[in-house]
Design a protein around this ligand. Structure first.
Ligand SMILES: Cc1ncc(COP(=O)(O)O)c(C=O)c1O
Ligand SMILES: Nc1c(O)cccc1C(=O)C[C@H](N)C(=O)O
Length: 428
């Protein structure tokens, strides 16, 4: 008599595979370093990274002892004054930069302004055109437009796919996003940078969505200037300061459009004439935001001993596995992936197009799957390799399937009235 064997269901197969992948995950133990609970799946680290557990105690020390007791002495004895360069040197290996090339401070938007105007000033005679990634994060586009107007450059939006052939003898620089914030597409930083250089133009990269998510290689690929934020994959906290990278070859000529006193060679000389400090310090403006900055410095401890190659391999395995689970659980006519399949073109997030995305994301969040929405129809799921596991990916896709079964196709797409206040705006 032949034995009848039960065919395992798709969810049994995927759960088993998720458990195997979690068991083999070298980074799995890092999750314990973060304040996360098992009731929800946090897939919004590409917007706001999770809190490393040890940071509150450090912030408490900064406030109570360094500010409360040492007061003004902390600027020198506590190392507050040199924090922007010191923390820049902590971020540097995560984006492939040598020491002295990164300064931390201000928002990414402000650093975009510094970088674009500085690039215009570095560019050769007769170069009056600024290329900008046509799909850029809006803030970069707004600021590039204003900076171009101020410096007499002509702004030319170019799709990243066409950037290689777009630079010519009149191109001063191009401002490009390493990873597209909406689709998660990874752009070819080495190839585009080389093409810009061949045309005699400078490459300015926004690495907000790649810093802490994958190897960037700023020095190796000859990037001229770069900006990035620290509150996503670097887990620096809400509004933590951004960073500016100035390659070694441009440091001596870098001419900041915001030459505040803390970028002066002798800030306490308080002279009326400006004399720029050496190195990345030129990118400083005013008094550093110490509370946020030192929270970020502590948050960077979670990177101790992490290999970026291992991080990247896990990130790709996670997004591959999530896409496989979505295929199994979600009807193909309801969601389609905007995130490229080839690994060379993928960052660390998955974006799914879904006609009812606002209603679906609101319901996912209610059920503990925290992603976000980019209107009108994009569901975004960020995979932070330091704390997201394969069972999280399986669960998120399974709940997505359940939600799609509940939210009718063609039904009301917008449930924003059900999502209260500004948090609704931000999440949905
Ligand atoms: C790619 C990119 N560039 C720039 C920004 C703006 O950063 P900030 O709010 O620090 O100015 C963001 C996110 O907000 C972003 O995702
Ligand atoms: N910085 C943010 C914030 O203060 C509130 C909500 C979202 C953000 C973001 O970072 C958005 C993000 N840059 C994006 O990729 O869409």
């Amino acid at each position: 008599m032949s034995e009848t064997r039960e065919v395992p269901s798709a969810s049994e197969v995927l759960l088993k595979r998720a458990a195997e992948l979690d068991a083999a995950d070298e980074l799995a133990a890092r999750r314990e370093l973060f304040a996360l609970d098992d009731d929800s799946v946090y897939l919004d680290g590409n917007s706001l990274g999770a809190l490393p557990r040890h940071v509150p105690a450090l912030v408490q020390d900064v406030v109570a002892r360094q500010w409360g007791e040492l007061r003004i002495r902390s600027w020198t004895e506590g190392g507050w004054w040199t924090a922007p360069e010191r923390i820049g040197d902590r971020i540097a290996p995560l984006v492939g930069a040598g020491p002295g090339r990164i300064v931390v401070g201000d928002s990414t938007s402000v650093n975009v302004f510094k970088a674009v105007v500085a690039a215009a000033r570095l560019a050769g005679e007769g170069r009056d055109e600024l290329l900008v990634d046509a799909l850029t994060f809006p803030s970069d586009g707004y600021i590039a437009e204003s900076a171009a107007r101020m410096t007499g450059l002509r702004l030319v939006p170019v799709s990243p796919a066409d950037l290689r052939g777009a630079a010519g003898p009149r191109t001063a620089a191009a401002l490009v996003n390493h990873v597209d914030f909406r689709t998660g597409r990874l752009h070819d930083l080495p190839g585009i940078t080389a093409a810009l250089h061949d045309a005699g133009a400078l490459a300015i990269w926004d690495v907000c969505h790649s810093a802490g998510a994958l190897p960037v290689g700023l020095d190796e690929h000859g990037v001229d200037l770069a900006v990035g934020c620290t509150y996503k994959y670097l887990n620096g906290g809400p509004g933590s300061p951004a960073f500016l990278y100035v390659s070694e070859c441009h440091q001596a000529a870098f001419d900041s459009p915001l030459p505040g006193w803390t970028s002066h060679a002798d800030p306490f000389g308080m002279t009326p004439e400006y004399a720029a400090a050496d190195g990345a310090t030129r990118g400083r403006v005013g008094t550093p935001d110490i509370l946020s900055m030192l929270a970020l410095e502590a948050a960077l401890d979670v990177w101790e001993g992490v290999s970026l190659e291992v991080l990247r391999a896990k990130s790709l395995a996670l997004t591959d596995f999530f896409l496989r689970c979505v295929e199994a659980y979600a009807p193909a006519d309801r969601v389609s992936s905007l995130t490229p399949v080839p690994h060379a073109e993928r960052g660390s997030q998955v974006a799914l197009r879904c006609a009812e995305a606002p209603a679906v994301m609101a319901e996912l969040i209610t059920r503990g799957v925290i992603g976000d929405l980019r209107r009108p129809d994009v569901l975004r799921f960020g995979f932070t390799p330091l704390y997201v596991g394969f069972r999280d990916a399986e669960r998120a896709a399974r709940v997505l399937g359940e939600v799609l079964a509940k939210v009718p196709a063609g039904g009301p797409a917008d449930v924003s009235a059900d999502v209260p206040g500004p948090a609704g705006d931000i999440l949905a």
